[in-house]
Write a protein that binds this ligand. Sequence first.
Ligand SMILES: *[C@@H]1O[C@H](CO)[C@@H](O)[C@H](O)[C@H]1NC(C)=O
Ligand SMILES: *[C@@H]1O[C@H](CO)[C@@H](O)[C@H](O)[C@H]1NC(C)=O
Length: 218
Amino acid sequence: MKGFHCSLLLILALVGSLENLNLGCSAADPTDGFTPVPLTEANFELQKPYNIPLNERYSYEDGIRHMWVYATDKPHDPNSRTQPRTEVRMKGLDYTSGVWQFEGYGFVPNGTSGVTVAQIHGAAEDASTLILRIYDGNLRYYSGDLVATGLYDRWFRLNIIHDVDGDWVTVYVDGEQKYSTKGRGPGDFYFKCGVYAAPRNITYYMESRWRDIKIYKK
Ligand SMILES: *[C@@H]1O[C@H](CO)[C@@H](O)[C@H](O)[C@H]1NC(C)=O
Ligand SMILES: *[C@@H]1O[C@H](CO)[C@@H](O)[C@H](O)[C@H]1NC(C)=O
C-alpha cells in the first residue's frame, strides 16, 4: 500500500513540474487522521503542593512549562494522602468515549528519577489508565515495562493515543510506536503531564519541562 502510494507520488512528480513536491514518503505520523482540539490557557490547570505558591514550583517562559517538586513537599490538597506533584491537568476536555491523543515535547534532567511525567487519569477502578515514569533516564509503564530509553537531558516528542471504546493505549516517542497495552476499563478520563512522585525510588528533586502540548481526537 505504502509502496504503491510512493510510486504514485513519483509518477505524479515526473508527470508534473517536479516543483515543490515532497518525495520523502515518510512513515505515518501518530497524529494522522486526528483533528486538533483548540486549546486556551484555561485548558491548563496546575496542581502543586497546597501550601506553596505556584511560582515556587512552576514557570512558563518562552512556551516552556517548567515544573518541579521535592520529595518532602505536601500533596496538592490538604485532604489528600497522595505523593507530591506539580502537574498540568488538561481541563475542560474530560472524555468518556472516542479516540483521544495527547502530544507534547518533554525534557527531564538527569537527577530526576522515580517520577510520573505523563498520565491518563481515570480508569474503571484505579486512578489511572496509563502512568509513564522516568527511572534513570528510561521511560516505564508504571514501574514495570520499559517504554523508551536514554531520555535524560534532551527534548523528546511524546504521543499517547487512548482508544476508549477499544480499551487500548498506544505510546509513541519521537514519532515511533514504543508501547501499546490494554486500557483499564471505562471511566472519566483526562491527560496530565509534569512531575508526580512515584511511591518508591524517588529522587529528592524532580523536574520535567513541557512545550507544544496539543490534544487531538478522531
Ligand atoms: C547522570 O549523570 C551522572 C553524573 O554525571 C552520570 O554518572 C550518569 O551516568 C547519568 N545518568 C544517565 C542515565 O545518563
Ligand atoms: C527500585 O529500587 C529497588 C531497590 O533498589 C530496585 O530493585 C528496583 O529495580 C527499582 N525499581 C525501578 C523501577 O527502578
